[in-house]
Design a protein around this ligand. Structure first.
Ligand code: UD1
Length: 414
């Protein structure tokens, strides 16, 4: 449980960690080669630990020290991903493509639904079938087989991050060209492509597609994980919601453009340096409308934290969630804290209130948890946020970083 005494203006600097969503596919890329893969700036998070356990279970050896992962071994890989690890974290499904590309067979449990609503994997499976895999779904798992994958053209109905990564990973070991039309272009996806290039694949980005030319054997590589834009956005919002001043260090400001644009419209003063962003919060935010969208649009992962800010804005904000059907796990607990929010299909209508009040609330996923922590920082009185393991999945040293900014936060048992 996290206990937060609200009402303190945050002030100071916070160093942003490596991006969870870039680290996970990079760890799975290690399955593509028996040569060493060295990853720097890897955040210590529960999800990263799950990814490490998973590649170990499949036959790799992992050495972790001071933010650097050295992944070696795995001349022989096991084809079956333990169901428990896949169910713990949906991104584990990304091992399917690398396994079938490297050893010709794979069995991975279906990730199933989650707190964000139904999240199918149909694009992943259709794409791998295009590359020549025989894919069967049954008994809660996917089995894929192929004597050899080969490059092919795949069209995605939606620029899915995971499906684009799955196909880049598999395409890297498939001779010929894999063309993904309508790919995701999130910075984490582009970074995976950069890593695969270092390992020997050729990647070209065009207006409407990404093309990867695979090779039968990939080499090892050394790579530094990019900064976590969602973690950065969360701390900047912590500054904004408390009317304080927060400078996020070690960030890539370019990755935060759509978010910073809306934050500025909400009344925050923003200063941008080469690798830092500083936000000075307004005494009370202004209402802003926004819609989530694939990159370079407003990231869905910052929708719940941004809603926390708008919950105390002056006026009515309309927030449209277009990436997930039901990513509103933060609404109910925010109501308990005095927010006024109405859910209308995939739209939230947020009537800002002057003051939020401390409450006992429960996080149902990582970013809903972040929204509750932000609301608690601004609320009157004490809040207790349960479900802190969700926060530990995505935020490295959250309590310590917030305390460093002057917040009154305690991580407690029970
Ligand atoms: C990744 C991120 C997650 C982020 C999301 C959207 C990681 C580990 N996670 O998740 O933090 O919120 O991108 O930016 O990087 N879809 C289908 N069929 C598919 C695949 C996806 O219908 O086969 C739908 C999903 O249900 C969802 C939408 O497409 O509605 C976007 O999902 P996707 O981009 O694939 O998200 P993830 O890769 O799971």
């Amino acid at each position: 449980m996290i206990r937060i005494l609200g009402g303190r203006r945050l002030d100071g600097e916070v160093r942003i960690s490596g991006a969870k969503n870039a680290a996970l596919p990079a760890i799975f890329a290690s399955l593509l080669t028996p040569e060493p893969l060295v990853l720097h700036n890897v955040p210590k998070l529960l999800d990263v630990e799950t990814a490490v356990e998973l590649v170990q279970a499949l036959g790799k050896e992992v050495h972790w020290s001071n933010g650097t992962l050295r992944i070696t071994g795995g001349e022989e890989l096991r084809p079956e991903a333990p169901a428990e690890l896949v169910q713990r974290m949906r991104a584990s499904f990304l091992v399917l493509g690398p396994l079938v590309a490297r050893i010709g067979q794979a069995k991975v449990a279906l990730p199933g639904g989650c707190a964000l609503g139904p999240r199918p994997v149909d694009f992943h499976l259709q794409g791998l079938a295009r590359l020549g895999a025989q894919v069967e779904v049954g008994n809660g798992a996917v089995q894929a087989k192929a004597t050899r994958l080969r490059g092919a053209r795949v069209y995605l109905d939606f620029p899915s991050v995971g499906a684009t990564e799955q196909l880049l990973l598999a395409g890297a070991l498939a001779p010929g060209e894999t063309v993904i039309v309508n790919p995701a272009r999130e910075p984490e996806v582009v970074e995976l492509a950069v890593l695969l290039q270092k390992m020997g694949a050729e990647v070209r980005w065009d207006l409407d597609r990404v093309t990867i030319r695979g090779t039968p054997r990939l080499s090892g590589a050394e790579h530094t994980i990019i900064p976590d834009r969602i973690e950065a956005g969360t701390y900047l919002l912590a500054g904004a919601i408390t009317g304080g001043r927060v400078r996020a260090l070690s960030v890539c400001p370019e990755h935060l453009r759509a978010f910073l644009d809306r934050l500025e419209l909400a009344g925050a003063a923003i200063e941008v340096g080469p690798d830092w962003v500083e936000v000075q919060g307004p005494p009370r935010p202004k209402a802003v409308d926004f819609r989530t969208w694939p990159y370079p649009g407003f990231p869905t992962d910052l929708q719940p934290p941004m809603v926390a800010l708008l919950a105390r804005a002056e006026g009515r904000s309309t927030v449209t969630e277009t990436v997930y059907a039901a990513r509103f796990g933060h609404v109910e607990p925010l109501l308990q804290m005095g927010a006024r929010i109405q859910v209308m299909g995939n739209v939230l209508v947020v009537e800002g209130v002057e003051r939020l009040r401390g409450a006992q609330v429960e996080a149902t996923d990582i970013r809903a948890g972040a929204a509750l922590v932000l609301a608690a920082l601004a609320a009157e009185g004490v809040s207790f946020v349960r479900g802190e393991h969700h926060l530990a999945r995505g935020y490295e040293n959250l309590g310590e970083k917030l305390c460093g900014l002057g917040a009154q936060v305690w991580e407690e048992q029970g």
